[in-house]
Design a protein around this ligand. Structure first.
Ligand SMILES: Cc1cc2nc3c(=O)[nH]c(=O)nc-3n(C[C@H](O)[C@H](O)[C@H](O)COP(=O)(O)OP(=O)(O)OC[C@H]3O[C@@H](n4cnc5c(N)ncnc54)[C@H](O)[C@@H]3O)c2cc1C
Length: 386
């Protein structure tokens, strides 16, 4: 459909080939039973796609964010939901950039082989919400261990991951020079932690997204599982967020193309009042409008990825890409649902499922308002609003 499609043709073809074994009805069935697409994630791992960002020396393919984002885009474009496994792509960067050589040697080759999964990152807390610096989960250092107490919410894929990155305060907020100081990140081995200081309670939710409340009581984490320096965890997390934004933008682009291809085909075929509904401008224009927005979002997504891969600052571009793509995929979803008439609501068309899935991205991992606030403050130089 779009010229940009030709970029990374090999990757697109490879992922599409794999996705033909897991077509939309597979994801529909998983959605209906609120299950986890285990076979799909296993196949994706075995084919090496989830190790795209792991450097070759640790057994991965050493690709860049642009390529990794294409993998995720194609999954959604084929009718699937990359949300089941996208955590591995962006959590990886935190370990690669800030982990010690020993940590990388211990975990990365096993993650690349599919023996371990690093799918979860625990940041959000019930009382802090978007105001991450006011988190209360606290890790107190006691000899060679940290003892952690606190609570997290909306922590995804914990039941289908072996490892989780945890953000906790290691210095109380009142004693930190800056609000963003005094937090650290840890690699939690979920196989050991669950039932021994970590309780996981699933949250039933609108999307088929395995997400949970975490109750942490005297959870012990060995000092060697801290990633990077104590007190710098918030910076490390922020560092990884640009990759997360760009990956989510790519997923939204994939969703958007899926919706537009589906509705354009339907509008060309569905005959009402003796002509295809797509012959009416009232039907054509919203689809064309959504397509234009999507193409623009796609350009910004590649701009963000290219800057990231070149090691250049890309906070503005990554945030804007996520914002544009989440809005464009939602616009495409609206048009797709609307012009399928009643059939859009039938589960067998997959539209209502993907409509729910793509809506998430205007709230998580960062809400649209917070992106607007970021651009206002950091790009336009306006006073900080919170
Ligand atoms: C399905 C799902 C999966 C998730 N997975 C994870 C995960 O794996 N790990 C993780 O750590 N978190 C996860 N999250 C949490 C997600 O990142 C947060 O829900 C999101 O960042 C918003 O935080 P909040 O829900 O606390 O909303 P709040 O911070 O309470 O905000 C509520 C609303 O108020 C608006 N708002 C708040 N402050 C301002 C302001 N100053 N100006 C303007 N508007 C404002 C926000 O934009 C938002 O619309 C997930 C969430 C969902 C729904």
């Amino acid at each position: 459909m779009a010229a940009l499609d030709e970029r990374y043709a090999d990757i697109r073809e490879g992922v599409r080939d794999l996705c033909t074994q897991f077509p939309a009805p597979y994801f529909r069935e998983v959605d209906e039973r609120r299950g986890y697409p285990e076979d799909f994630v296993t196949a994706l791992t075995r084919a090496g796609w989830l190790a795209a960002l792991i450097p070759q020396e640790y057994g991965g393919s050493g690709l860049g964010l642009s390529e990794a984002s294409v993998v995720m885009e194609e999954i959604n474009r084929c009718g699937g939901n990359a949300g089941a496994c996208h955590g591995q792509m962006y959590n990886m960067g935190t370990l690669i950039r800030h982990g010690s050589e020993e940590q990388k040697r211990r975990y990365l080759p096993k993650i690349a082989k599919g023996e371990l999964r690093l799918q979860s990152m625990a940041v959000t807390e019930p009382t802090a919400g978007t105001d991450t610096t006011s988190i209360r989960t606290f890790a107190a250092k006691k000899g060679e261990r940290y003892v952690v107490n606190g609570q997290k919410v909306w922590i995804s894929r914990v039941q289908h991951s072996d490892l989780m990155i945890l953000l906790a305060r290691t210095t109380p907020l009142a004693e930190s020079a800056k609000k963003s100081d005094g937090m650290s990140i840890f690699l939690v081995d979920l196989r050991e932690a669950i039932g021994k200081g970590l309780e996981v309670r699933p949250i039933a939710n609108m999307v088929n997204h395995e997400t949970n409340e975490l109750f942490i009581e005297n959870l012990e984490i060995p000092v060697e599982n801290r990633i990077g320096e104590e007190g710098r965890g918030f910076r490390y997390i922020l560092d990884g967020l640009n990759a997360e934004r760009a990956i989510i933008a790519a997923e939204c682009v994939g969703d958007g193309y899926w919706f537009i291809e589906k509705v354009a085909k339907y509008a060309g075929e569905r005959v009402v009042f003796g002509r295809p509904i797509g012959q009416n401008q009232g039907v054509q224009f919203p689809i064309a409008e959504a397509y234009i927005e999507l193409e623009a979002a796609n350009l910004m997504r590649f701009r963000a990825c290219e800057l990231f891969d070149a090691g250049r600052p890309c906070g503005a571009e990554a945030n804007m890409a996520k914002h544009l793509a989440a809005k464009a995929s939602w616009q495409a979803a609206e048009a797709c649902l609307q012009f399928h008439g009643g059939y859009g609501f039938a589960a067998e068309y997959d539209i209502e499922r993907k409509f729910r899935e793509t809506r998430l991205y205007q709230v998580a991992p960062i809400s649209t308002n917070l992106i607007l606030a970021y651009v206002a403050e950091h790009v336009l130089g306006l006073p900080r609003s919170f």
